[in-house]
Design a protein around this ligand. Structure first.
Ligand code: HEC
Ligand code: HEC
Length: 229
């Protein structure tokens, strides 16, 4: 809750910066920083202000809005292009991505990439998550399901620039993405995710989302509960 007053306090400042920029069109594009776009929405205007949905620190909303803090800038740019091209279909993000030109996208992606990964919102792994832990870490060869860990890392921190982190992403967001791939509503770089998500039951999607979002990320390995095999 305390984030909103802070955001309200900063908005007039940003608005005046943007207003200044409008008086000087020749230089405004160069003076607009990633932070100003994040707080003001850049060419998308206030409706597109990233921070209102993604949080003042890029931490996401704990629900259907992902964290952007610490995400690889190339990954973010690719997703913005997917929204603009319709390979991802969230109506507001599609509209916002379309309003931002390439330099603006680069600035805002670099801004979020440099923000520290927020503290884990994840709950401790419960004994009931053993099945999800096994699927995530080892996959299920019997049905041709590869381990999520191969691409997203045993700690959920992601692997390289192309395989995004799942740790510290909101569990409802992760679950929703798995549904989107399975239903053909998200596609793009990874045929792997379409194939993988179609092998999962709804229940497994929910459990995997809870498990992976609670992983420690790059901040260290969290052992599975002692009761797990
Ligand atoms: C109205 C709320 C809202 C605003 C404003 C908003 N976003 Fe989003 N954003 C979302 C939601 C919701 C998603 C997840 C969409 C989905 O389910 O595919 C998302 C997804 C994303 C993703 C994909 C992240 C990932 O892990 O794949 C990126 C990148 C992104 N937004 C960047 C931005 C930027 C940059 C801005 C500001 C210029 C912005 N967003 C403004 C709601 C918003
Ligand atoms: C062969 C590699 C591979 C495997 C195995 C894999 N993924 Fe992925 N996953 C990817 C790639 C690549 C992306 C990014 C796709 C894109 O750029 O659109 C991704 C994206 C995701 C995302 C979206 C993250 C975001 O920020 O929007 C989720 C959620 C996800 N994977 C969950 C899983 C789960 C759960 C498993 C195991 C059941 C799994 N993945 C197995 C490669 C893989």
């Amino acid at each position: 809750m305390h984030k909103w007053p802070a955001l309200l306090a900063v908005l007039p400042m940003v608005a005046s910066l943007v207003a200044c920029g409008k008086d000087m069109p020749a230089t405004s594009a160069f003076e607009t920083t990633g932070e100003i776009i994040a707080l003001s929405g850049g060419d998308a205007g206030a409706r597109g202000a990233c921070a209102t949905c993604h949080g003042l620190n890029g931490e996401g909303d704990g629900n259907l809005v992902p964290r952007l803090a610490g995400l690889d800038p190339g990954y973010q740019l690719r997703q913005l292009e997917y929204f603009a091209q319709g390979q991802r279909r969230h109506p507001q993000m599609v509209w916002i991505a379309d309003q931002l030109d390439w330099p603006a996208r680069e600035k805002v992606a670099n801004y979020y990439a440099a923000l520290p990964v927020p503290d884990a919102a994840g709950e401790d792994l419960a004994a009931g998550d053993c099945a999800a832990a096994t699927l995530y870490q080892r996959g299920d060869p019997a049905r041709g399901l590869p381990a999520c860990a191969t691409c997203h890392g045993a700690d959920g921190a992601g692997v390289g620039a192309g395989n995004p982190p799942l740790a510290h992403q909101p569990a409802p967001y992760v679950e929703a993405q798995l549904h989107q791939w399975a239903n053909g509503e998200r596609y793009g770089a990874s045929d792997a995710m379409t194939a993988v998500s179609r092998l999962l039951t709804e229940r497994e999607m929910a459990h995997l989302a809870g498990y992976s979002s609670g992983l420690p990320g790059a901040s260290g390995y969290r052992a599975p509960p002692a009761s797990c095999p």
